[in-house]
Design a protein around this ligand. Structure first.
Ligand SMILES: C[S@@+](CC[C@H](N)C(=O)[O-])C[C@H]1O[C@@H](n2cnc3c(N)ncnc32)[C@H](O)[C@@H]1O
Length: 320
């Protein structure tokens, strides 16, 4: 319960055109101040001021990450509830909303193109690049251990890249499917699967942030070193969830929070690692629960990164 002054503060914060537009944009998932500035066409200090007001009133949450800050609708409390209610009352045909949604799509498309360009360039050398200063052996051993003694019918590898996970786990699934948005990565993966005679896995071109048209149902989904390329990993998890069979599991492998800003400027990363709290919240929003978390320190402590392996289970089936 809140007192009158608190609620008036929340209503004041929400009661302004730009701030309402910001709430509507954040209802589509977490966004960086940089992107919100571009979408709204206003100066960054102005957008930051509006976001600060919304955050102070508890309507949005702020998550600082290196030089960028990400905002999302507050997961709980009167502010978050009011924000969701207001957005549910906003007509999808509202001209501001239509224009902002279109710009948001354009910003996402430009980012996806930028990432695709990067992966097209590194496809041939990815297997070398992916192992730099990362405790790859330990992580791969832990992934294999998770599947030991189990028979997975359909395993889907989202953002499969060169198909390393399909190769590593080939002995543990009956049918494997890898999806990736980069033609170049898919070409390398296809050649590799053929060279290693893995005939029960296929790779396909596809966008994992939009799996609506993909008729897939997986017993296990693996998302290995992919989520940090998205502004809103929670959205990708929600999409992935739709491709999971009841009682299925997801294995997520990604960096722990870090401060290596150059990975954004030079390697197309968007998020500087994922925290335990973030993953728990994204999983919960997708009706999944974190069943297990293991983190592995870098092979070179002075410049490497910690990698974490999350096992997420279907919340609606706790028998696993
Ligand atoms: C860092 S690589 C990881 C590849 C592989 N999972 C591995 O660990 O070796 C990230 C992969 O995600 C893919 N990717 C990025 N955005 C994507 C999207 N929207 N849909 C599908 N794949 C995407 C890239 O093309 C790239 O191959």
């Amino acid at each position: 319960m809140n007192d009158t002054a608190d609620l008036v503060g929340v209503l004041r914060a929400a009661g302004e055109t730009t701030r309402l537009r910001l709430l509507a944009l954040l209802a589509d998932g977490e966004q960086s101040v940089k992107d919100l500035t571009e979408i709204l066409g206003q100066s960054q200090p102005r957008v930051s001021r509006h976001l600060k007001l919304l955050a102070d009133a508890g309507l949005v949450s702020r998550n600082a990450e290196g030089a960028w800050a990400y905002y999302g609708l507050a997961p709980e409390g009167a502010g978050g509830d009011l924000a969701r209610w207001l957005i549910s009352r906003l007509s999808p045909d509202d001209p501001d909303r239509l224009r902002d949604t279109k710009r948001l799509e354009a910003v996402r498309l430009a980012q996806a193109e930028q990432a695709a360009e990067y992966f097209a360039k590194v496809a041939d050398s990815w297997d070398l690049l992916r192992s730099l200063h990362v405790p790859e052996e330990a992580v791969e051993a832990a992934i294999v251990k998770t599947l030991e003694g189990r028979a997975v019918d359909t395993l889907v590898d989202l953002g499969t890249g060169t198909g390393r996970m399909l190769e590593l786990l080939a002995g543990h699934y009956r049918r494997g499917i890898g999806i990736d948005a980069s033609r170049e990565m898919i070409a390398v993966a296809r050649a590799k699967l053929a060279a290693t005679s893995i005939g029960h896995a296929q790779v396909r071109l596809g966008d994992i942030s939009d799996l609506d048209g993909v008729a897939l149902k997986a017993d296990m989904i693996i998302v290995h070193q992919v989520l940090h390329y998205f502004d809103d990993p929670g959205r990708v998890l929600l999409q992935a969830r739709r491709a999971l069979k009841p009682g299925g599991e997801m294995l997520i492998v990604d960096f722990a929070p870090h401060g290596l800003e150059f990975l954004r400027s030079h390697h197309a990363h968007r998020r500087l690692g994922l925290s335990e709290a973030q993953m728990t919240a994204w999983a919960r929003a997708a009706d999944l629960a974190v069943a297990d978390l293991q983190c592995f320190p870098p092979t070179n402590p002075t410049e490497g990164l910690t990698v974490c392996l999350w096992r997420l289970i279907d919340e609606t089936d706790r028998s696993l």
